[in-house]
Ligand binder design. Structure first.
Ligand SMILES: [Zn+2]
Length: 299
């Protein structure tokens, strides 16, 4: 079947031939060990024997195997079935498709159904799901282009979440839906907005900052700076309505903030109103309106 995993195909061939998959592998010149899944598992294959028996070219057989991630340590390929497509499995019970084993796959490329994790989670918010989708896209692009700088950053993000016990190094291919979505979301934020991600994690969390400094001593200064920034995140948003009198004059007893501070407050207010993911132009326009109103600038 299209995009079928090599081990799935061999398993179904063995079943059709009334033998065990190990027996079939021996007969095909694949040795008696583990049923091959990754390209590296095929290094010892007897290609003449294999290609002759199954009537396929070496390229066709290698294309059914999982890719080897030899240049980096981000585990985006799983050796286990952490998810499956209910629709496709209902039609062919022993089927495993290759893309189901890749960390960024969320829907079945054959029938379009959402892939089902081994351990479904009930309370997954739409927001987490949306963030995970963005992370999946980042991961997919980095892997497709073998973008080592980005893959290193993803690896560092996974190390950080495992040090903080939010996830584990292999969470991207976890059968636990919540754990996997959290890791994918972390990858998205860790690569596109790393400072924000770190600041959110460290907000009011001194033990986490200490643990990170211990594990990453070379980044101690950076961690301390981010911890400083994260304190601003915890500050409640200023209630601008109170500082502006209906007539446009400032209320008594309140100091007018410096321009830079008031602009920052306006930006925060705009983000809280429209959401951090809002269109950049819309955010700027809203912040501008709020800032002009709060500082009494006539537009
Ligand atoms: Zn499917």
């Amino acid at each position: 079947m299209r995009d079928e995993l090599l081990s799935s195909w061999l398993g179904r061939l063995a079943k059709a031939n009334y033998c065990s998959v190990e027996e079939l592998c021996g007969y095909l010149g694949l040795g008696q060990g583990r049923v091959p899944e990754c390209a590296s598992d095929l290094q010892t294959a007897n290609w003449a024997m294999l290609c002759g028996a199954v009537q396929r070219s070496p390229d066709e057989i290698v294309s059914m195997a999982l890719p080897d991630s030899i240049h980096h340590d981000v585990q985006y390929v799983s050796r286990h079935d952490f998810q499956y497509c209910p629709g496709c499995v209902a039609k062919s019970p022993d089927l495993v498709l290759r893309h189901w084993r890749l960390a960024w796959s969320m829907t079945c490329e054959i029938c379009g159904q959402a892939l089902e994790p081994k351990n479904p989670a009930k309370d997954v918010s739409r927001r987490l799901h949306a963030r995970a989708l963005r992370g999946a896209e980042v991961l997919k692009t980095a892997a497709a282009m073998t973008d080592l700088a980005r893959l290193n950053r993803i690896s560092l993000t996974l190390q950080v979440i495992s040090v903080l016990k939010i996830g584990r190094l292999w969470s991207l291919t976890s059968g636990n839906k919540r754990e996997r979505l959290m890791a994918l979301a972390a990858v998205g934020i860790g690569t596109t907005r790393p400072l924000l991600g770190a600041a959110i994690i460290l907000r009011g969390n001194d033990p986490a900052a200490r643990e990170l400094s211990r594990v990453f001593p070379e980044h101690r200064e950076m961690i301390e700076r981010i911890r400083g920034l994260s304190q601003d995140l915890g500050r409640p948003l200023p209630r601008l309505v109170e500082t502006v009198h209906p007539t446009g004059h400032e209320a008594h007893g309140l100091c007018r903030p410096r321009v830079s501070e008031s602009a920052l407050q306006a930006a925060r207010q705009a983000i809280s109103e429209l959401g951090a993911d809002a269109n950049r132009q819309a955010l700027l326009m809203r912040a501008d309106t709020i800032w002009k109103r709060s500082s009494g600038v006539k537009s």
